[in-house]
Design a protein around this ligand. Sequence first.
Ligand code: COA
Ligand code: AMP
Length: 629
Amino acid sequence: MTAAGSAYAATEAAWRRDPEAWWAAAAEGISWDRRWDRVFDPAEGPYGRWFPGARLNTSYNCLDRHVAAGRGDQPALIWDSAMEGRVETFTYAGLRDRVAKVAGALAALGVRTGDRVAIYMPMVPEAAIAMLACARLGAIHSVVFGGFAAAELAARIADARPRVIVAASCGLEPGRTVAYKPLLDAALALSPHQPEACLILQRDALAAALTPGRDHDFRAAEAAAAPHDPVPVAATDPLYILYTSGTTGKPKGIVRDNGGHAVALWHSMRMIYGIDAGEVFWTASDVGWVVGHSYIVYAPLLRGATSVMYEGKPVGTPDAGAFWRVIAQHKPKVLFTAPTALRAIKQQDPDGALIARHDLSSFEALYLAGERCDPPTALWAAEKLARPVVDHWWQTETGWPITAGFRGLGLFPFKPGSGGRPSPGYDLHALDDNGAVLPRGQTGNLSLRLPLPPGCAPTLWGDEAGYRRAYLADFPGWYRSGDAGSIDADGDVWVMGRTDDIINVAGHRLSTGAMEEVLAAHPDVAECAVIGAADALKGQVPLGLVVLKAGANRIEADVAAELVALVRERIGPVAAFKDARVVKRLPKTRSGKILRATIRALADGQTPVVPATIEDPAALDEVGAVLRG
Ligand code: COA
Ligand code: AMP
């Protein structure tokens, strides 16, 4: 279907005509305790705030109101653990009751509206329950992905200053049990801030030792608690903080508010994914990422749909048919995952033989995000699955897709390599480095004209100046996404890569700057550079080049092994940092800037364009020899 003939064009035009009226209409999908004074107030915050004056509770909107509307017996959450080999289904009434009790347990530990609660858990239903329990109290959760090391957890605890931490005894990765509790203890030993209490979910695979006086057993606390009612909060109050990689080693605390988030996510479920109340939706990601926050937990529940939560991998649990087994068993209409997962499946089952073994009759569309989907993978998926394959682009900051294909609006512009068309609500353009709008087809800084729509981060936690600096300062009146790309003649968007030092490893957003800080801390390292090298499975993997200090009389392989261990210890296994190489010197410009883009091109086997400003071309040749060797 062409854009001109689709509901997309009409919807986009309606939003452009009167954005506030359009969002006010969308807001009718949410139950408010008090309606807004204004739909949008441009005077508040870095670029304005949505729905000031309104009050609501997000957990009530996710759970209680669906029970009241007769959906109490409908599954809200289906937890499928390939790791434990079992499935647990929670109805809306059942989930509401558990969330109310866990909210009661948190309240009994002193958690009140506005307090922070850190959540460090694997893909267990209690992670979602803890998030919703915080939302019920008006407390602000900060979920930390389990693949991060103690030091990263400590940095997040120090910044968010949680009153309580909810964690599990362990996570289950193929072939190993990850003991979470010792990581939490190590993080608390590093953190200047200490929580008043920790609530620990003991999993069967590994019980954790509890620290008397501080640690409480999750299940016992839940059992003993009185159910807690939802506490209405201001629409502009924070619902959560989610830390993400920026250009420095210090992660940025992305803030999400309650009101705009509920409106945007509720609305996106039908407009983008074409999912309504009563339908099944599956996002194969992790609750530790924004994709998990938005599309495992909040959006499907706000809509009254059924969300599948999967603990397992696309391959190896037990095979490359795992995703198709889950679809056949739970019957989602839409699967949302990262391209890297598909590449892993394609690598092991190139002919799609395992696809044919499962009943995929429920399945209507595949949505991909987290990194750009390379065209061969998109084409493979489209051919083998014979369903629309939609690559859609967004960020932790925006909370919901900036560009997409729209099942709800009859528009699937399948152009492998493109991220689809802007979602109504976002005014997207490519800008040149002076902030001028570029004509169609030209590549520039993908930027959003302010204001950002509801659901996007209004600020950074405790750092409004940092928000302005990171996103708003370069192009006044615009939000700079940090991605480069273009918009073609049809209006489809091509996102080609970051303009900063953020890399995407298996759909995980990581900062090479943070890894450089770790390498530079090694006693034998004089200077270093980390780049994202192309990788057939993970999209990118980090590669570290280090120059040793004069007089460091070390075997190079030993230093490299120490550096790999150091990144794993400081940042975590998720960094997938496995390649460090010693070089005599790093290629630089005459002003002393390391030529990272040139090194990256070399690492990817390309012939780089050598900048005229290079200090000594021989340094580049030397690095090339090390990379080839
Ligand atoms: N807790 C502890 N460790 C974790 C973890 C968690 N929650 N998640 C990942 N790790 C570890 C892995 O065990 C692995 O450790 P290893 O170095 O000892 O093998 C390391 O972190 C890297 O993990 P990952 O990047 O996931 O690589 P993998 O080789 O285990 O699996 C894929 C490759 C493609 C199967 C996997 O990356 C995948 O499914 N990715 C989907 C990504 C995704 O959902 N992204 C979210 C955005 S949509
Ligand atoms: P995160 O904040 O972890 O969701 O990562 C956001 C970043 O991942 C974006 O700024 C992009 O660089 C990249 N990204 C996510 N989805 C896509 C996509 N569909 N196409 C291209 N890049 C993407």
